[in-house]
Design a protein around this ligand. Structure first.
Ligand code: NAD
Ligand code: MG
Length: 362
């Protein structure tokens, strides 16, 4: 690899893999060393293909590169669209030595990863995430899958990639709203595990929103380092990994209430983290000042700080009761023990939860 870039490792024994982060990596880095056979299948979508597909192909000199271009959107994260990846692989006679490449946001990453987990009982794949959310979150950790009409991400597999290549330059074409949504997950890492990083974010939030390349590279590096560490400690979400869901229980309720696609995931998580912070303060874990501090940062990231106007406490309770994290009917939430330290608990008092809704719902 020639360009200036930074490298991290996700330490998972035999399944360890590198994350490369740098500006302009796509197309200038030779990735053919990751291909054991002669064939590569790049999976992307109709929005990303015109922007980055040619450059991605150039990353595999000397290999036979085929492509599958999916329609764009969360609603295509389904069986039928997944099957079109298998169609492409079989039509072009890809063997077990093929390498799949996910070129796009989290939707493409989750689908191409799941296709790699299933095709001929499992083939290697590389993540080339092109949204901020996928660069700091979904491309690292090996969760892959698709949606079912009865639930999001309900069908899937753990399948770790061989490598993650993050070209920060690809963010220059990303819509501002998607940048803000990604920043919600970036802020999350500071809140759950890295107080120092949260301070850094407060200093650099304006640079991040205006897509300053150096600030982006640093934020992505520190976010990936945090996720890599958590994944290395708890690959299959036996415990610790659940803290990555800070704000997500409230957030999922907002996403479902609003109808998928109306609120971006990161937007809902941003507001969800504020609700989790409020509840943490009511439980006596963090201070009012901490809550205000988090609120300011969320607003500066361009994220909403209130749920949809008509959403009530009852709407929240109904939707939160079906969360995957709940065990035996108990509502489990990620709360902040302090800024930079999260805990999963089923102990929050119903009164404080009601107060939280009262403060956020009109
Ligand atoms: P996305 O993949 O839908 O991408 C958002 C939009 O940006 C799409 O329209 C996409 O085509 C477009 N886009 C992508 N790169 C672009 C670029 N460089 N320039 C311009 N446009 C670009 O959404 P996302 O936020 O990246 O990912 C969300 C998905 O990720 C969800 O399906 C979620 O379930 C999944 N996810 C998975 C994990 C995991 O651990 N596997 C974690 C978090 C989220
Ligand atoms: Mg998330």
């Amino acid at each position: 690899m020639s360009n200036r870039y930074r490298e991290l490792s996700v330490e998972l024994g035999e399944r360890s893999y590198p994350i490369f982060i740098g500006e302009g990596l796509l197309g200038t880095q030779d990735l053919s060393a990751f291909v054991s056979g002669a064939q590569v299948m790049i999976v992307t979508n109709e929005t990303v293909a015109p922007l980055y597909l040619e450059r991605a192909k150039a990353s595999f000199p000397g290999k036979r590169v085929d492509t599958v271009v999916l329609p764009d959107g969360e609603r295509f994260k389904d069986w039928q669209t997944l099957n079109s990846i298998f169609d492409g692989l079989l039509e072009h006679r890809h063997t077990r030595k093929t390498l799949l490449v996910a070129l796009g946001g989290g939707v493409v990453g989750d689908m191409a990863g799941f296709a790699a987990a299933c095709y001929q009982r499992g083939v290697p794949f590389i993540q080339i995430p092109t949204t901020l959310l996928s660069q700091v979150d979904s491309s690292v950790g090996g969760k892959t899958g698709i949606n079912h009409p009865l639930g999001k991400n309900m069908v899937g597999a753990f399948h770790q990639p061989q490598a993650v290549l993050i070209d920060t330059a690809s963010l220059q074409t990303l819509p501002a709203r998607e940048v803000s949504a990604g920043l919600a997950e970036v802020i999350k890492y500071g809140l759950i595990r890295d107080q120092g990083f949260l301070g850094w974010l407060e200093e650099h939030m304006d640079a991040l929103v205006s897509l300053d390349p150096e600030a982006l590279a640093e934020a992505i590096f520190r976010s990936c380092a945090c996720k890599a560490e958590i994944v290395a400690l708890d690959e299959r979400e036996g415990g610790l990994r659940a803290i990555l869901n800070l704000g997500h229980t409230f957030g999922h309720a907002i996403e479902t209430y609003a109808g998928y696609g109306n609120w971006l995931h990161g937007e809902a998580v941003g507001t969800g983290m504020l609700m989790a912070a409020e509840l943490s303060a009511l439980e006596g874990m963090i201070s009012r000042d901490d809550c205000d501090r988090i609120n300011r940062l969320i607003l500066r990231a361009g994220l909403p700080d209130k749920p949809p106007v008509a959403m009530t406490a009852d709407d929240f309770m109904g939707l939160m009761a079906v969360d995957k994290k709940n065990v035996d009917g108990l509502l489990r939430l990620v709360l902040l023990r302090s800024v930079g330290d999260a805990v999963v608990t089923a102990e929050a008092s119903p009164e404080n939860l009601a107060l939280t809704f009262a403060r956020f719902c009109s």
